[in-house]
Ligand binder design. Structure first.
Ligand code: 5GP
Length: 204
């Protein structure tokens, strides 16, 4: 997605070889026009999947997931993140670990919002190690519903989340894929492949 790549290059801040900060348009200040384009893009990927709901995690997944739900014309549910929890029987719970923040938290969703006939699209802002997306998928399965697919705004393809989700059998669509954040530079998968092709061609 060209518009998103340009935003990442212009306004993204590489915090380390592992972490990209996008608080200028996605994680703190939010660009509504960009979120709407993201929603439209996910609609074009998943329109044939008979999706009944979109599921994300508070807080940073909500903006892109809401616009996706708006374009798909279905409700949005966001899982709440809680540090410690008194167990109740009206909620689904799944513990997930964040490598980025190095904390565990409990994802919770009220049982009344997911039923076994739902086909749910998971949307999240970043894919790193896949913990968040696998946690949401687990909640969908606890409810006896189906995971229709996983839409990711920014995949860090040098971490293993994409592989874990595909190995688990899920369809994953990422709008941009980053292969490296080394030397304070964002390198996208397509540009990397193009460079490899040119290098290969010039070496023949
Ligand atoms: P995962 O669960 O796939 O390891 O990590 C995904 C979650 O961690 C996302 O929901 C996102 O909030 C956060 N995250 C992971 N990597 C990054 C990153 O490079 N930048 C930002 N802003 N958030 C990240």
């Amino acid at each position: 997605m060209q518009l998103l790549k340009e935003k990442v290059l212009e306004e993204g801040i590489v915090l380390s070889n592992q972490v990209l900060k996008v608080d200028a348009f996605l994680n703190h200040q939010v660009d509504p026009a960009l979120m709407s384009s993201i929603g439209k893009e996910f609609l074009s990927h998943f329109s044939g999947e008979k999706i009944t709901k979109v599921l994300t995690i508070e807080a940073s997944g909500i903006a892109p997931a809401l616009m996706t739900a708006a374009h798909l014309e279905v409700p949005l549910i966001y899982a709440r993140k809680q540090k410690s929890l008194t167990l109740k029987d009206d909620i689904y719970v799944k513990k997930v670990y964040s490598f980025t923040k190095q904390v565990s938290s409990d994802l919770t969703v009220a049982k009344k919002f997911i039923s076994p006939d739902d086909r749910i699209l998971i949307v999240d802002d970043f894919l790193a190690h896949g913990e968040a997306a696998l946690g949401l998928a687990d909640i969908i399965l606890q409810a006896g519903a189906e995971v229709a697919g996983i839409g990711i705004v920014i995949e860090k393809a040098f971490q293993n989340g994409g592989e874990r989700l595909k190995d688990a059998g899920y369809r994953v669509e990422s709008l941009v894929r980053i292969v490296s954040l080394e030397n304070q530079r964002v390198e996208f998968a397509e540009d990397h492949e193009e460079k490899e092709k040119i290098n290969h061609a010039t070496s023949i």
